[in-house]
Design a protein around this ligand. Structure first.
Ligand SMILES: Cc1cc2nc3c(=O)[nH]c(=O)nc-3n(C[C@H](O)[C@H](O)[C@H](O)COP(=O)(O)OP(=O)(O)OC[C@H]3O[C@@H](n4cnc5c(N)ncnc54)[C@H](O)[C@@H]3O)c2cc1C
Length: 478
């Protein structure tokens, strides 16, 4: 494709990364009839990596619009109990959160094996051909009328914009920063780049079902400096041992973990109780695979520049203890797609079923219109993600007894909080999540808390969510 003829081509988006955000984006773009390609560096869409990924009702609502809900419900059972335990494994709090989530939203919280979840997202795509595996992106160049993306295979993809869904070590993000340095000096400050902070690492593994850990339970066992976080299903256990690092570090430093790190971290906790009956060593010996990953936390200041926009972990990453990072990636894609849809020229909306693009020539949003969509997406999402990051970090500190105050909150304050009130406040966050405005929202669950799409109501609910933070961070901020 010659760059000179770009104006003659239909509107085209280059999506980098076929993880949670990239696959969701491809599905949305297919529904919108927008020409696109999804470039994935790995050979496999769903490699056997990681452990579980849990879906909350608001993520499920979007996935239902994309036709994935039935497969998710076939692959997992929603959680029932949320058990918080002390370092000796004894039960501190049997929290009824998941019962209330079910009542509040008409649907529960579903843990799936990550590999299986990615496969479901891929299998549900109406057309698989836009997704190209084994294509590592090496560089992104922006021009006034186009973007060019250079691949490790030597190919160059040309489009109107790049959507960076390439995860925590995003190359697209670095290319966006480089472009900003050249064209808008001073815009992206060093402070923003070093806000990408790594304060935690986690040992992850999977075992077959273990009756002593239940079939539908989340167990969190608090400890000094680390936590066991265990999700059980009838046939599997997704196990995370999350360690607080003594010395956090920031971007661009990156740690690579080896098999020796896996064994070393496991050895540190072998004799620690997971419950009052079970030691870690008894679960560990049943693992089928294990790995170590660093856990970064950040919400960027700038989510887009020029013709590049970022989504998912490339732009925001939260501690995984609340299971909301992937849900947020899906939400973010829904929000971005809604805003892109709003700036599409009417002709493009009308002929969106013409995937060959033949009649779409010259009907594309201008660079200014795309920028308006990107800015609206950032405005809608940034505050929400900052709140979530702060809350997740605070909970992680509580679970690892970061200070005497965090220990007090974990052992005494949380058990005394009214579970329903807590679930309602989490529920206000769930109920105000976006859905895909350009697709029908048919046949989806509804519970006590209505789904809210009106902006005024959203603002009211967000204040409520601020309330949880305020309530829980009083002591911590001291
Ligand atoms: C231990 C742990 C547990 C978690 N549990 C949950 C949970 O229960 N619920 C939840 O909602 N979230 C959870 N998360 C968070 C969730 O996994 C992430 O937020 C989510 O995967 C982000 O999706 P993404 O598409 O942005 O990134 P990813 O899923 O990481 O996908 C990025 C993709 O980009 C590809 N890529 C990278 N660079 C390039 C390149 N240069 N060229 C081409 N392709 C490239 C990668 O190969 C990858 O496929 C958890 C995270 C961790 C670490």
């Amino acid at each position: 494709m010659s760059p000179i003829t770009r104006a003659e081509h239909p509107f085209r988006i280059i999506v980098v990364g076929a993880g949670v955000a990239g696959l969701t984006a491809s599905h949305c773009l297919q529904k919108l009839g927008i020409d696109h390609v999804v470039l994935e560096k790995q050979a496999d869409i769903a490699p056997p990596l990681g452990a579980g990924i849990s879906m909350w009702p608001h993520g499920l609502r979007i996935l239902n619009q994309l036709g994935c809900l039935q497969d998710i419900e076939k692959s997992a059972v929603s959680l029932n109990r949320f058990l918080c335990r002390g370092p000796d494994g004894r039960l501190i709090h049997d929290n009824a959160l998941y019962t209330h989530v079910q009542e509040n939203h008409g649907i529960g919280f579903f843990p799936l094996e990550r590999q299986n979840f990615l496969q479901i997202l891929y299998d549900s795509l109406p057309n698989k051909s836009p997704v190209r595996t084994g294509r590592a992106v090496e560089d992104v160049e922006q021009f006034s009328d186009r973007v060019e993306v250079r691949l490790s295979t030597g190919e160059i993809e040309v489009g109107d914009m790049v959507l960076g869904c390439d995860g925590v070590h995003s190359l697209v993000r670095s290319a966006m920063w480089d472009y900003a340095t050249r064209t808008s000096p001073g815009l992206v400050q060093a402070k923003e780049k070093t806000s990408l902070k790594t304060s935690w690492k986690t040992l992850i593994f999977i075992t077959p079902g273990i009756p002593a850990l239940g079939e539908r339970d989340l167990t969190v066992t608090y400890n000094d400096g680390f936590t066991f976080l265990v999700t059980s299903q009838p046939d599997a256990v997704y196990f995370f041992v999350i360690f607080r690092r003594e010395k956090p570090f920031t971007w661009p430093k990156r740690e690579h973990h080896t098999e020796a790190d896996v064994e070393k971290l496991a050895a540190q906790v072998l004799d620690k109780p997971v419950t009052d009956q079970l030691l870690f060593s008894e679960v560990w010996k049943r693992r089928t695979r294990a790995s170590v990953v660093s856990l970064e936390e950040y919400v960027l200041e700038h989510w887009h520049h020029g013709r590049i926009v970022l989504a998912g972990d490339a732009v925001h990453k939260v501690h995984p203890n609340m299971g909301l990072g992937g849900n947020s990636a899906i939400e973010g894609i829904a929000s971005l797609m809604n805003h892109i849809h709003r700036v599409l020229p009417p002709e493009l909306k009308q002929i969106r079923t013409r995937l060959d693009g033949s009649s779409m020539r010259n009907h594309k949003p201008s660079g200014t219109a795309l920028n308006m969509a990107f800015a609206a997406y950032q405005k809608e999402r940034q505050h929400r993600m900052r709140e979530l990051m702060d809350l997740s970090t605070m909970v992680a500190k509580m679970h690892t007894y970061a200070t005497p105050l965090h220990r007090f909150m974990a052992n005494w304050m949380m058990p005394l909080l009214d579970d329903r009130r807590f679930a309602n406040r989490v529920g206000s966050y769930i109920a105000t999540a976006p859905k895909l405005d350009f697709l029908p929202d048919v046949d989806f669950a509804c519970g006590r808390l209505p789904w809210t799409s009106n902006t005024d109501e959203k603002e009211e609910e967000e204040v409520l969510f601020d309330g949880i933070l305020a309530e829980k961070s009083v002591a911590v901020s001291a």
